[in-house]
Ligand binder design. Structure first.
Ligand code: PGA
Length: 248
């Protein structure tokens, strides 16, 4: 696992976006794995700016998002469908039929999970997966304790995850209790992974990730076994690691 330390959120976003843009230019039919949450917003802003200024084309790009809340319709402003549309898709020339986000409204959630996993396989997997990390080490919505073998599945969200995400909702009560997420196996099969980490809230997660064991109780730890995973972390996120005796 390669670690690139950058100064702050802006630099993290810029570095990640530049890397993605280069990949898209060299492989126009790239299959991207996309994430939501606060972390990738700056990356998406850079991609939009670059698309407007330099015309980088997404016409042949396919995307798969990591996850979606169960029970939120596409037009709910807090659905990840809305997030992706508002924060990226409507600003670039990606074809809607090439963008994939699991549906949390399917009455048969099991079938939805299987279909999503199959679609990823039909596209021969994800070329470049963008990830954030939860303060509890989750990737996608794979909460601590999730099997490393898991494929796309339904999860009960950890209370800490619901509390962290309540900032996007009117109240904690409105945060869904379940989601569909790509599994850890699904994520791990990506050819390349870019994990973005910024800010104080992620300091403990970084300590655990970089100094702890590979264990299902800290899902992101599996990334240490991935052949092509890179972390771009800012100074604030890395502060605890630097203070940690193992790194002295
Ligand atoms: P955040 O979430 O980007 O909003 O911090 C990351 C995550 O929960 O995976």
């Amino acid at each position: 696992m390669k670690i690139i330390e950058v100064k702050n959120y802006q630099e993290m976003s810029q570095r990640a976006a530049e890397y993605m843009i280069e990949k898209i230019k060299s492989t126009p039919n790239l299959t991207l794995g996309l994430a939501t949450g606060g972390t990738p917003l700056g990356v998406y802003q850079h991609l939009i700016e670059d698309h407007k200024q330099n015309g980088t084309s997404y016409a042949e790009v396919t995307s798969f998002n990591l996850d979606e809340y169960i029970g939120l319709a596409k037009d709910n402003p807090n659905s990840y469908y809305s997030y992706m549309y508002e924060n990226l898709f409507k600003h670039i020339n990606i074809s809607p039929e090439r963008t994939h986000i699991p549906s949390g409204m399917n009455k048969d959630l099991q079938a939805e999970c299987e279909e999503y996993e199959n679609k990823i396989e039909q596209h021969l997997g994800i070329d470049l997966q963008i990830l954030g990390i939860g303060s509890n080490g989750h990737i996608g919505f794979n909460e601590p304790g999730t099997s490393f073998q898991a494929k796309t599945h339904v999860v009960d969200l950890a209370q800490s995850t619901r509390e962290a995400n309540a900032r996007f909702f009117n109240s904690l009560d409105e945060v869904p209790t379940q989601a569909i997420t790509m599994g850890i196996q699904t994520i791990f099969k990506s050819k390349e992974i870019l994990l973005l980490v910024s800010g104080k809230a992620k300091q403990n997660a970084m300590i655990q990730l970089l100094t702890g064991d590979v264990t299902e109780s800290f899902p992101a730890s599996i990334l240490k076994q991935h052949p092509n995973a890179t972390i771009i972390a800012d100074e604030e996120a890395m502060l605890g690691v630097k203070d940690n005796s193992l790194f002295k």
